[in-house]
Ligand binder design. Sequence first.
Ligand code: MEV
Length: 325
Amino acid sequence: MTEGLEPIPAGRLPLSAQAPGKCIVFGEHAVVHGAPELLFAIDLSTQVVVRPAPRWSLNGDPGAAERHPYFRSIIQSPWAGAQPVDVRAVSRIPRGAGLGSSAALSAALTCALSSTTGGIDRPALAQRSFEVERGAQGVGSPGDTSAAVAGGFLTVNGAGVGEPLWTVRDGDRSWRVGRVADPGWVWVVAHTGVPRATGDAVRAVGARLARPDGPALLDEFRRVATEGTEAVAAGDRAAAAKLMDRNQELLREVGVSHPRIEALLEAARPAAEGAKLTGAGAGGSVVALPRPGAETELVRRLARAGGLPFVVRPARHGAALLSAP
Ligand code: MEV
């Protein structure tokens, strides 16, 4: 059994679980259309505490299911169990920042509830967590939820690269998820402070890629993510950084950059080898690969330009039960 991919054991309420957020290095949006993606779980997570309750509630709010599509999606899942629960959720992942807060909540809660109904293996947990997020968003790929379940560095649709982990299915579509080694680099992320809706951005890119030059653009997304993943796997920073910049040009071309993203990328340039938006874009966050020794300067530059910067490190472990509260 690969370390960190052990099944989630059966447990009894009350239960606590956690799952990490994620940072996409290559391939967001294009992955929804079958192109490769490279991403890693980050060392910021969401924790949930689940207790028996007379009715479903989130952070004490019994009306949460009406306002919170991810919570509603969980409650409506056929495996959620007959016992209503109160969920207390706390997260260190900024919301609406492109850093996987909704995937982490989906995976942590799915992990806890699946434990109360007999436990679950990781591939099934990845499938269920994806279905929760897909149910809430209406569109999307399983990269974010797989990162929350597996931890570490992952490829989606990365044919022939890395160790295969699982396949996530959605009707007649499927995505292969695999593990690649962490190159051990330091990454800097900065939140623009502009919130965005993933579903809307994904639908807009779908419309853009349906135009006559869409297939050629998608081919270029595919090339960049494939070569970028190979560069990261080979520890070739210079090549990876150049491809991050090229990926940003493509994301700009399909309309998901934003003036605040461009301002942060411009500010980062002297201290970054490469940089791009990360996640759905249209706001959200940027990720940059600092020039060696320029990490602090990069953080300072991003902060001066109005971003909320932080250093992120890959989290080795995905969703897990914590000791009972
Ligand atoms: C969002 O974090 C990543 C997107 O590619 C959507 C998805 O894959 O579900 C924009």
